[in-house]
Write a protein that binds this ligand. Sequence first.
Ligand SMILES: Nc1nc2c(ncn2[C@@H]2O[C@H](COP(=O)(O)OP(=O)(O)O)[C@@H](O)[C@H]2O)c(=O)[nH]1
Ligand SMILES: [Mg+2]
Length: 437
Amino acid sequence: MFDSLQEKLTKTLRNVQGKGKLSERNMEETLKEIRVALLESDVNYKVVKDFLEKIRQESIGQDVLNAVEPGQLLVKIVHDEIVKLLGDEDNTLHFKESGLSSIMIVGLQGTGKTTQAAKLANLLKKQGRKPLLVAADIIRPAAIEQLQTLGKQIDVEVYSEGIGVPVITQVANSVKYAEEKGYDTLLIDTAGRLQIDEELMQELKDIKDLIHPDEILLTVDAMTGQDIVNVAQTFNELLDVTGLILTKFDGDAKGGAALSVKAVTGVPIKFAGVGEKISDLETFHPDRLAQRILGMGDIVSFVEKAQEEIDMRKAEEMANHLMEGKFTMNDLLSSIEQSRKLGPLSSIMKMMPGMGDMARAINDSDADEELKKIKAIIQSMTPEEREDPSIMRSSHKRRIAKGSGTRVEDVNKLCNQYDKMKKLFKNMSSMQSLFRM
Ligand SMILES: Nc1nc2c(ncn2[C@@H]2O[C@H](COP(=O)(O)OP(=O)(O)O)[C@@H](O)[C@H]2O)c(=O)[nH]1
Ligand SMILES: [Mg+2]
């Protein structure tokens, strides 16, 4: 997601960042490039227009042209406006103080309602709630079975009376059942259609009027194009949606349409579905996504993911080093060792600042070989060389190549990569202090 947008914006902003001064012409060119990048990534044209107008106003307001670091200030302005675009208001779920709360999941067919219903049930359970899933998509028996299978996986009960009884009756009965059994949250998985359809909307409205849900969450498939903006608008007009779940966020779509939905509907994005597994649901963080789109990496998500799966102490050490702009060969080695525990390298690298390009170039099985080589090279260095590779002369490199069974070219290549990474981290840490993260 957002690969090409990220690539273009990073390039545009990198061009202005190094500049000590910005002329009005540079500024105009930059804005034009941002505009093209957004439009080509499927961001809604009205959203693009408003977005650029705001950047322009902020830039005048903050006197970018006369700033000490005009490029960095402009990046900050763009960053802050992306955060606003994605929503900087409350995006938590709201429940009743006591008694039975309910959440309706709505959306077109195939957008991931059933999957997210189960993911959400799992998340709520972890938060100490007692959810009951309700199968309110009863057109096909297979749809009910799908929910039941998922319910079993996460050990959450699914309420269903099969396909014979009207949906509205089943939902009414599920409320009684939940109250009897002491559940505190209903999660209603509703039916979808390929397009907006009056009969479906009426059914959803009837369910809404019956149970007055605390949340109506609309699943928005990030893989579909511009049309989702209109679909979301219609759902919202008819149902007053309280939150969006952007699904299939792990896909390789351009992503701009999904970015536009919040701006057009005013409905906050509450979650992002990032895969088919039950655990692939993330609370949505506009600031983290903004930083990822701007090629600043998603260091916080990276460290969080790392915390779940790898040695905490090492992860903290590494994060601190990265934040301070320090980065040694030892960090590189330990990140390689740890990252093997996290899954495919390319997906990890995408979260790291400035590594989008490298991530795209990686073939995960070749990467394994490459990593073994890098590891061997670093292990053949002395502790001093690992701390500061710039002390290495040709004779040292020959020794290292021999010791690791590689060629001097390989050692040089690694040193170049290391230099690049170190520079990126350094830029990033000055950027982070600018954002007072
Ligand atoms: N890659 C990916 N696939 C997803 C995600 N959420 C759902 N899916 C898949 O999308 C398809 C449709 O999902 P489903 O929940 O049945 O959609 P529904 O018709 O709206 O209930 C299934 O194959 C899911 O596994 C996601 O976040 N990422
Ligand atoms: Mg379904």
